[in-house]
Write a protein that binds this ligand. Structure first.
Ligand code: APR
Ligand code: PHB
Length: 393
């Protein structure tokens, strides 16, 4: 097989890239190691920045998003038994976010790609095994599909294969630097068939730890609890989960957390990670393949989207003008934004969680950070600007 851009990974990054390239007349093939059902079931984050919504609409994937997505104009920060709203539009010139699950975006993009006549091939159960000669003019992806080893010859390779993929590791170790931070806690995520108890997301700091109230639809709530690293979700009965959530969200005034049947639980470790540079020869990394943020602030999916917008622009510019200027600047352009998202996610995580070894001083200092956001329009605007997404440079 041969194509212009060989895309490894059919997550949001790889699927959106395929869509953007196809619309510009650039050939591509997507290789996804898992089957379609698995990819469409995987539970991930659910907050889309304005820019993410805009690009999905522009590329024809906005239909269901506009019908079923829930526009949100702000969030609540809850601490010391009180709630404080951070308003987005007033602080950002009218921007807001959309609640729409990543799994739904993946379903929409897969359906578009498979249904469109002449759409780029999307191979499921096609596992990339190696990228050969990524720094040459003719890289080759070796992959296994339908029990056979095959090759895909490309002009460019897009490594969109997530944190555990092979693309990141195809760059020689002496050419990369990695930056990492591990957090001494995880999130226990809960999906429940119950109407959300709030209209906007609640980020709560409590002396027993962080809790987040999010949602998937008017009938499905998505909730998270800070738990110690290495927690087994089976150690948490559903009753214990609801009790703990109720405690951490408790307000001085009148407020009740509605309970309902829990349909899924999972534990996610928290990590910050960046690999630099994001390009080696004709191999370009995007999304989780190049960087991880902790989920507080919901930047992971949105960063993957801005990486692939930047990559598509660079490839289209090269096709139209012959200039490789944007391709050469790809890593630098992406990393500027990546580090801003790393900073914001680290700040949100560190401010809202309780470290097991936290001192009373550190506790008070974090509450002071939240008091500052609650009382200063400038501090609140700083949070809002980052939350809705910094402009694409
Ligand atoms: N060959 C082919 N596909 C692979 C391989 C491989 N060797 N290794 C991994 N993959 C596939 C995975 O099965 C997965 O479907 O690559 C895809 C990567 O998708 P994601 O992990 O969703 O990563 P990405 O597309 O970068 O999405 C951004 O950021 O914070 C997160 O929740 C956010 O998952 C979202 C991610
Ligand atoms: C989610 O809905 O899954 C979600 C929302 C906000 C976050 C993280 C996750 O900061």
């Amino acid at each position: 097989m041969r194509t212009t851009v060989g895309i490894i990974g059919g997550g949001p990054a790889g699927l959106l890239l395929a869509r953007l390239l196809h619309r510009a007349g650039i050939g591509c093939v997507v290789l996804e190691s898992r089957d379609r059902a698995y990819v469409e079931r995987r539970q991930r984050a659910g907050i889309l920045e304005q820019g993410t919504v805009d690009v999905l609409r522009e590329c024809g994937a906005g239909g269901r998003l506009d019908r079923e997505g829930l526009p949100h104009q702000g969030i609540e920060l809850r601490f010391e038994g009180r709630g404080h709203r951070v308003d987005f539009p007033s602080a950002t010139g009218g921007k807001s976010v959309m609640v729409y699950a990543q799994t739904e975006i993946v379903k929409d993009l897969i359906a578009l790609q498979l249904e469109e006549p002449g759409g780029p091939p999307l191979l499921f159960e096609a596992e990339a095994l190696a990228i050969e000669k990524p720094d040459s003019a003719a890289p080759v992806i070796r992959f296994r599909h339908e029990g056979r080893e095959q090759t895909l010859s490309c002009d460019y390779v897009a490594g969109c294969d997530g944190f555990h993929g092979i693309a990141r590791r195809a760059i020689p170790a002496d050419r990369v630097r990695t930056f990492e931070h591990a957090y001494p806690y995880s999130w226990l995520g809960v999906l429940a068939d119950v109407a959300p108890s709030c209209e906007e997301l609640i980020y709560a700091r409590h002396r027993r730890g962080f809790a987040l109230h999010s949602m998937r639809s008017p009938h499905v709530s998505r909730l998270y609890l800070q738990v110690p690293g290495g927690t087994d979700p089976d150690d948490w009965s559903h009753e214990r989960i609801w009790d703990e959530l109720s405690t951490r969200f408790a307000l001085d005034g009148d407020w009740t957390l509605e309970r309902g049947p829990i349909t899924a639980t999972s534990v996610t470790p928290m990590r910050s990670f960046v690999q630099e540079p994001m390009r080696h020869g004709r191999l370009f990394l995007a999304g989780d393949a190049a960087h991880i943020v902790p989920p507080t602030g919901a930047k992971g999916l949105n960063l993957a989207v801005t990486d692939v917008i930047t990559m598509a622009r660079a490839l289209i510019h090269h096709q139209e003008t012959g200039s490789s200027e944007l391709l050469d600047g790809y890593s630098r352009t992406c990393l500027r934004r990546v580090w801003q998202a790393e900073r914001f996610s680290y700040f949100m995580t560190d401010t809202l969680h309780r470290r097991p070894d936290e001192t009373p001083f550190e506790d008070r200092e974090r509450i002071a950070r939240l008091e500052r956001i609650a009382s200063s329009p400038t501090a609140s605007a700083e949070l809002a600007e980052n939350y809705v997404g910094l402009p694409l440079s």
